[in-house]
Design a binder for this molecule. Structure first.
Ligand SMILES: [Zn+2]
Length: 158
């Protein structure tokens, strides 16, 4: 059951692993791994580039490279260059991370839904969405802390 949940979240992760926000290796500010809006399933056909708008750093990754094992999904790094994600924060000993703001909002919506469910609202809606996130993210005692952390990430200085 646990494996199944992980697999489902992984599938979902791949849908968000596009235009990933990372920490620039040169100036440590926010940089973009530009996949031209493509998801990882199609990544072998595209050219991926990391670009920093602050210091001008840029680097390409060629399609052949993308195909091989160096492609990493499901960790707090971008799948292509393995740079640390911009949106990452420690919450209760676990690392909460998101590929971009869209992904962050997705996580937030799920946790908020769980919180409403606890308070007796929206039972019908939460049934389908809640199971996708790792257990530690949706654990009852952590939910409000998680939402605060997400808000903090969203307002992180670029
Ligand atoms: Zn930079």
């Amino acid at each position: 059951m646990e494996t199944r949940t992980k697999h489902t979240y992984r599938t979902e992760l791949s849908e968000f692993a596009k235009d990933v926000l990372v920490e620039c290796p040169n100036c440590q500010r926010q940089a973009l791994v530009n996949t031209n809006g493509e998801t990882v399933y199609k990544a072998e056909k595209i050219k991926v580039r990391v670009v920093c708008g602050h210091c001008g750093y840029s680097k390409d990754v060629e399609r052949i490279w993308v195909r091989n094992k160096q492609f990493i999904l499901g960790e707090a790094i971008d799948p292509f260059f393995h740079l640390p994600l911009w949106l990452r924060i420690e919450v209760g000993g676990n690392l909460l991370w998101a590929y971009n703001y869209e992904h962050l909002s997705f996580i937030e919506a799920h946790i908020a839904a769980k919180l409403r469910e606890r308070n007796g609202f929206e039972h019908h809606k939460t049934r389908s969405v809640g199971a996708r996130l790792p257990r530690w993210m949706t654990a009852a005692k952590r939910r409000e802390e998680m939402l605060r952390a997400i808000e903090k990430l969203r307002s992180k200085t670029l």
